[in-house]
Design a protein. Structure first.
Length: 117
């Protein structure tokens, strides 16, 4: 049970860190690219007056919706698993797979001849 909790916390942490990295790169990419690549960002495409800078700026709106919905879906799944563990269930349908996958991909698995630490 403690191992499942540790794996669940690692998954939450990994998801949040990856999401935050993507979020910061995407959001700060606009001012960074406008500052350091102004001629490329001011290049017109297809329609008169529509530049790459505007496309990047408008792309942040659906990206926010998509990232928000992915976060909500993932958070609901992880909260459901946490509730199952609180009720004493083993969560074998999902956590057993995660537990097995974690140990098979763990670096010590191959070093110790197939036996995870």
């Amino acid at each position: 049970m403690e191992e499942q909790i540790r794996i669940l916390m690692e998954r939450k942490k990994k998801f949040l860190i990856n999401s935050l990295i993507f979020l910061f790169v995407f959001y700060f990419g606009l001012p960074f690219s406008l500052t350091f690549f102004p001629e490329w960002m001011n290049r017109s495409i297809y329609f008169n007056g529509l530049t790459w800078g505007w496309i990047f700026a408008f792309a942040q709106i659906p990206m926010t919706w998509i990232l928000g919905s992915v976060y909500a879906h993932k958070a609901n799944d992880l909260d459901r698993l946490q509730e199952e563990m609180k009720q004493g269930g083993e969560c074998e349908s999902y956590l057993f797979y995660v537990f097995h996958l974690y140990h098979c991909m763990h670096p010590h698995y191959y070093i110790l001849g197939g036996k995870a630490k």
